[in-house]
Write a protein that binds this ligand. Sequence first.
Ligand code: NAP
Length: 246
Amino acid sequence: MKKILIIGATSAIAEATAQRYAREGARLYLMARNGERLASLAADLKIRGASAVDFVLLDVNDRGKHKPVLEHAEKTLGFIDIVLIAHGTLGNQKACEQDAETALLEFETNAVSTLALLTRLATMFEKQHAGTIAVISSVAGDRGRPSNYVYGTAKAAITAFCEGLQARLFKSGVHVLIIKPGLVATPMTNGLTMPAMLVAEPEKIACDIVRAIEKKTDTLYTPWFWKYIMAVIVHLPSFVFKKVNL
Ligand SMILES: NC(=O)c1ccc[n+]([C@@H]2O[C@H](COP(=O)([O-])OP(=O)(O)OC[C@H]3O[C@@H](n4cnc5c(N)ncnc54)[C@H](OP(=O)(O)O)[C@@H]3O)[C@@H](O)[C@H]2O)c1
């Protein structure tokens, strides 16, 4: 039976992933900031087959709580097979351009909180000598684009941090998975105009995440075609890149 910790558990992608593990009878420990949604998610996952579901409230920006909640999760689960970090916000880029504090809050939620959590988790997993740390970054981190470069900067920080962790923790038998979804139909992208053929459902992303954890993949582009879309975007010469609206 797998023991799984999910941070940002009420995210649509995290929920779809948790449902897959629940069907396998996994033991789950959920962290999120909305108590009502957390309780109803936990009840739903039990019905779907999870052997047990514990949960605790966590606003990831409350860094003082990281240590006690992670220690409690470790004590409750014993050994943690998988941790999935899934929280995030897609802030208003225009608002971030007008106000440094707004931009920094986005960076705090999307990057600083994650790096703080990962620092503690890396030490915990290093002691275990096994397990998977799976972190949802984004294709947005591959190149800063005018439409979302504040969010993209945070995701780039997560990706670089996790690349370092991959090389550090490999020596201890710990797998670190960097997840880079493209466009996904979730509350985060609700209201955005997106090309329908490029938008995936959270269930598709969850399916890819579970397989990548199984196969010990280093970096997952999901759906797969984003690897090629981003390769084109990353290699656009800057004199072209500056003229196109991405
Ligand atoms: N959707 C996409 O197109 C897409 C693409 C690439 C990457 N991603 C990444 O995928 C991950 C999951 O996002 P999603 O698409 O599933 O969107 P989502 O359903 O809107 O999930 C975002 C989650 O983050 C949580 N969250 C935000 N701020 C938090 C805080 N301070 N403390 C605790 N939890 C907080 C939200 O909790 P509340 O519900 O309580 O606000 C929500 O559960 C994110 O890291 C996102 O950046 C998404």
